[in-house]
Write a protein that binds this ligand. Structure first.
Ligand code: SF4
Length: 221
């Protein structure tokens, strides 16, 4: 694909996916953009790591019904916190992370979630994806949160040829028109969960099949 073909391909894919997925299907985190609360976005994102969206939603709802500020999370007994977020998996590790993040936000950032990537990533437990989720969904900044789906699919489509989500983020920043940035994460997470899945993508049902060279796809349905 030359530069112009790639530009056209990106537009076709993005527009087709935007039509294909409706708002109700958005992930818990994406839905939180409607009424952004930076602390809740951050905590929900930490709970979403290595689990399915339905588990993130359940754990977030249970936790926020009891504790939705750093002060309240600090005060929760560890066992109770673990129980509240149990459904998100890896609950012991996540509970420790939640306590630590809440403590640092209170002690070093006056109780307010920082709004720069550098400050966010200075807190142990917050990586590039989580930082970008907070910046994009809570603070409306123009950044691209890249998770496993947002990394895998642009490689299959031939938009990028990268080995890590960080490399994908850097490449997409160069080639993805800005008008697509706000919806990119939402669409690609849904697409990756339902159709362009990791092991055996559902290419026969894919709305963008005719635009996809299926790079690296060995098995498909
Ligand atoms: S055709 Fe297959 S590999 Fe390509 S985007 Fe669709 S599901 Fe993914």
């Amino acid at each position: 694909m030359n530069k112009y073909q790639k530009e056209e391909n990106i537009s076709k894919v993005m527009d087709t996916l935007a039509q294909h997925f409706n708002y109700k299907e958005r992930t818990t985190l994406n839905r939180m953009r409607k009424k952004p609360n930076a602390f809740k976005v951050l905590i929900a994102c930490l709970l979403s790591l290595r689990t399915q969206d339905k588990n993130t939603e359940k754990a977030s709802n249970q936790l926020f019904a009891v504790a939705d500020t750093p002060e309240k999370i600090i005060k929760l007994p560890m066992k109770k916190l673990e129980k509240l977020i149990f459904s998100s998996g890896h609950y012991k590790k996540k509970a420790r992370t939640l306590k630590h993040v809440s403590k640092i936000i209170l002690e070093e950032f006056h109780g307010k979630v920082p709004n720069t990537r550098e400050e966010l990533m200075s807190i142990k437990g917050i990586g590039p994806k989580t930082a970008n989720i907070v910046l994009a969904f809570a603070y409306g900044k123009e950044v691209l949160p890249i998770d496993t789906h947002c990394h895998r699919i642009p490689n299959r489509l031939g938009w990028v040829k990268t080995k890590t989500p960080e490399q994908t983020e850097a490449e997409l920043e160069k080639i993805l028109p800005r008008k697509y940035w706000p919806e990119f994460n939402a669409l690609f997470v849904l697409f990756g969960q339902t159709i362009c899945q990791p092991i055996s993508p559902r290419c026969s049902q894919c709305p963008v099949r005719k635009y996809c060279p299926r790079i690296g796809v060995i098995r498909s349905r």
